[in-house]
Design a binder for this molecule. Sequence first.
Ligand SMILES: [Zn+2]
Length: 122
Amino acid sequence: MSDRTVTVFTADHGDVTMPEPLWCLGDHPAEGYREDVEHRGEDIVLTVPTPCHGEVQLTTLTLVQRPFSPTDPHVRMSVDLDGDWHDLSSASLAALADAMVVLAVGPLHRSIERLQLLEDGQ
Ligand SMILES: [Zn+2]
C-alpha cells in the first residue's frame, strides 16, 4: 500500500478520494456511479508464436479493483476470454491455468497426433 491518493468525480457522490495502489496506472475518468470507480493496472499480453503471423495475442490480463463495488471490492486479475473480461481471484486464476494445461495435454495434443497421421498420409 502506498500513501498516494487519487480523487475521482462521481455523479452520485461528488469528488471521491481514495488510496491509489502502486500498481494502478492512475487513469481515472469521471464516473456516473462511485461503485464503478476502478483501479486498473498495466496490461499483461500473453502471446503464442505462429509460423504465419509471428506472435499472436492469446489473452490479456490486468489487475483491477473497484473499491466501492457492493459485490466485489477486492483486487482481481481481469482476463480477456472470448471478448469478455472476467475478474478472477487468485484461486480462480489458478483454476484457469490448470484448465489451460488440461486443454494442452488433452484436445490440443490429440489434434497434433491426428494432424501428424494425416501429414504422414495415413
Ligand atoms: Zn487507481
